[in-house]
Design a protein around this ligand. Sequence first.
Ligand code: HEM
Ligand code: HEM
Length: 251
Amino acid sequence: MSNNQQQSQNSTKTNVFTTYTILYTTFQIIGLALIYNVYYWIINYRGGFSLNEPKLIFNWHPLLMTIGFIYFLANSILHYRTFSNHQKQSLKIQHSVIHGYVIVLVLLAACAALISHVYASPPIPNFYSLHSWLGIFTIVMFLSQFISGLVSFLYPGASIKYKEIMMPYHIYFGVFIFVLAVITAVTGFSEKLIFALDKEYKKFPQEGIFGNFLGLLCILYGGLVVYMVTKPEFKRNPKLEYEPLLSNDSP
Ligand code: HEM
Ligand code: HEM
């Protein structure tokens, strides 16, 4: 390769790295702002958190879902691109462990909604809304993807051929599940605002505007993450890293 070609390749790599760094910083700022604003909404408009009072037990639901299914899930699906120069085997373990945290947070969040329904007086029926159906669908898809990911890519017995066949489906369903989680969260915000504000919602109250803003922020975050995880230039380049012979650099 000539010197000029080498230089132009290096400068493209630097540009891609700079663009990713700028987007990644924006991604972290929006993600943390989203979590803080959900917390702020609950503290200032929804009465805060409790472990005894059913109405306030519910408030853990949006906060833990936002942290788990939006922020942690996004960080995990971007993990290979963010730490692209790390060894693949450690990235696989970290990718799986972060998803493990997502499972814990999501199950706690689902329990918070269930408990608040069962112990309300009179009790509120479970799983009647479109939001709750979307939620169940997202959780089931996520758990299936987690098991299939472990079996296909971490279990040492899986053949290279099988991994190669599974990888495109793993990536497609991974992005699909994240998009589903964003849609579910947005329907959750919308539904809660309608339940809580009822006729007042039409009068543009402060909480209504703030809640709409939370939904928009969620969508903006989702759009950014999907862009970052599907842009081919940002994909981890397996050739850049050191891997021992016959290791896991296959999918
Ligand atoms: C992506 C994350 C989310 C998932 C997977 C999810 C899932 C669920 C599920 C499965 C239920 C049914 C619980 C039951 O019937 O006992 C539920 C209820 C509920 N969720 Fe979420 N949720 C998410 C985020 C949110 C957010 C951000 C809010 C905003 C406040 C919210 C508001 C509600 C409300 C008001 C209910 C009770 C009414 C109903 O059953 O629809 N959810 N959610
Ligand atoms: C529900 C949980 C999971 C979701 C939502 C998910 C999602 C994703 C997504 C979106 C990608 C594409 C990343 C990129 O193109 O940079 C990916 C890549 C990958 N995932 Fe998962 N994943 C999950 C669980 C797992 C598990 C448990 C493993 C087991 C090790 C795993 C192994 C991999 C591997 C090896 C790649 C390829 C990375 C590369 O070659 O750059 N995933 N995953």
